[in-house]
Ligand binder design. Structure first.
Ligand SMILES: [Zn+2]
Length: 124
């Protein structure tokens, strides 16, 4: 294996104790200057390959129903529609549509919570 001499830049064998061109010592500078640096590529996110980029079209009805339940829970029977929206959100989540699933779940809990407050007369 050939390396470049740090002094003159000529190719020198790693087995040589000193540079044959300029006489600079090589073995000392090469052995213990620094630990060998291995280029480790950053780990690729495995989630991107597992989750389809295009959400399956079959989930659109469930997603729409989830949002509708979440919004209805604000006005009408919040425990029922809130829990229904929450369940639909979890179903959407399990089907791999993380964005809508989380949105529906959070929306259902939030709307259900405020729906209960509204229904109990907290705002009147
Ligand atoms: Zn040299």
């Amino acid at each position: 294996m050939l390396v470049k001499c740090p002094e003159c830049g000529n190719s020198v064998s790693t087995l040589a104790a000193s540079c044959p061109h300029c006489g600079a010592p090589l073995s000392v500078t090469e052995s213990d200057t620094s630990a060998p640096k291995y280029h480790v590529p950053p780990p690729r996110p495995a989630a991107t390959s597992a989750v389809p980029l295009q959400p399956p079209t079959g989930n659109k009805g469930i997603i729409a129903a989830g949002y509708i339940c979440a919004f209805i829970s604000l006005l009408l029977f919040p425990p029922g529609f809130g829990i229904a929206g929450l369940a639909l959100g979890i179903i959407v989540l399990t089907k791999g549509n993380t964005g809508h699933g989380i949105a529906i779940t959070v929306l259902s809990v939030t709307c259900g919570f405020f729906g209960v407050l509204w229904g109990s007369g907290a705002f009147s």
